[in-house]
Ligand binder design. Structure first.
Ligand SMILES: [Zn+2]
Length: 338
């Protein structure tokens, strides 16, 4: 089968589309013929090099396809069923997994980072990592949302516990997690201030339902938030060094900053006096628990949440897809057609 792998870390030239052996399902596993997978910023980090990546590695965290072969002792699916892949890897047996916190499992990983991923024609998975695909979305749309949808849901619902009527600031509404966050916060009934880096992305953020959209390159976010609502109750952070001071500046008494990433750099300072006096909370978040994916799939099946596919590349052109993502040109997701 065809797969996009890396054998070493580096630039886009290390991506190799090559023929490898097709996997065979063991007991409790199913084989999925992938129809679409998607790119995430994680792929860029993995390609450039982060600790603990096994090489060679099939890239890609998200995927959707059809069940093409069943291992023994499987009962969840039939051949031909359209399905979505859970990007989170977990043991299912430890205390954290048993209590529904699979994303803090000791053996927690992400497909395409700690184990082979979805940028390939076939993948074999334990049944627990496979969910039925809603009928109202295409395979491209089905591949576009799992990792970012699950991550945004975990951050806003399970970590920050957003409430109707709260003011929520979402940085980078054009990004994968950002476009999911705007919609999830609106579904809950929050007032959403979104930022984006171009007028075109700002108008997309408006269409997603944001109540105020600020172009963060030519407007002062602190001033715009002040005019709109004074301070915000929750900041959805994934940008890091470039935005951290503003995130803390606009945060209300009792407010929460929830962060899942640091695309502009990991170093940030906090003034502890402000933190304790204003009784604010900083929440770290990675991926989501298994239920977060189930809930996001439900919201999509109910057409409350819409995954946005920006551009589709073929598996052979995956390096061009990486380049497009690295230039942050997309609104929503970059999908790989398989
Ligand atoms: Zn576990």
């Amino acid at each position: 089968m065809k797969a996009a792998r890396i054998h070493e870390h580096g630039g886009r030239e290390v991506l190799r589309v090559e023929e490898i052996l097709k996997p065979d399902p063991q007991a409790g596993q199913v084989c999925i013929q992938l129809k679409a997978s998607a790119l995430n910023h994680l792929d860029i980090w993995v390609r450039k090099g982060i600790p603990g990546v096994p090489l060679p590695l099939i890239m890609g965290s998200d995927g959707a396809g059809v069940i093409c072969k069943l291992g023994e002792n499987t009962d969840k699916f039939s051949i031909g069923d359209p399905v979505i892949i859970q990007p989170l890897v977990y043991c299912g047996e430890c205390r954290n997994c048993q209590s529904g916190n699979e994303n803090v499992c000791d053996k927690m990983g992400i497909r395409g980072e700690s184990t082979d991923g979805t940028n390939c024609e076939f993948i074999v998975l334990d049944e627990k990592f496979v969910e039925p695909k809603p009928e109202n979305i295409s395979f491209s749309e089905a591949a576009a949302f799992p990792l970012v949808g699950q991550t945004a849901y975990q951050m806003l619902i399970n970590r920050a516990k957003i409430q109707p009527g709260e003011n929520v600031l979402v940085w980078g509404a054009g990004s994968g997690v950002g476009h999911m966050a705007v919609q999830i916060a609106k579904i809950v009934g929050c007032n959403v201030i979104a930022t984006a880096g171009s007028d075109e992305k700002c108008s997309f953020a408006n269409k997603l339902g944001a109540d105020l959209v600020v172009n963060h390159y030519n407007k002062n976010v602190i001033d715009e938030v002040k005019k709109f609502c004074g301070k915000v109750d929750v900041v959805f952070e994934h940008v890091g060094s470039a935005t951290w001071d503003i995130s803390m500046n606009v945060l209300n008494n009792g407010g929460r900053v929830v962060t899942c990433g640091a695309t502009t750099g990991p170093k940030a300072a906090i003034d502890l006096r402000h933190l304790f006096f204003k009784q604010q909370t900083i929440l770290g978040s990675t991926m989501g628990n298994a239920d977060a994916l189930t809930q996001v799939i439900k919201l999509i099946a109910d057409e409350k949440l819409i995954p946005q596919v920006d551009k589709i590349f073929s598996l052979d052109d995956i390096a061009i897809g990486h380049e497009y993502l690295e230039h942050s040109e997309q609104f929503g997701k970059v999908v790989i057609d398989i």
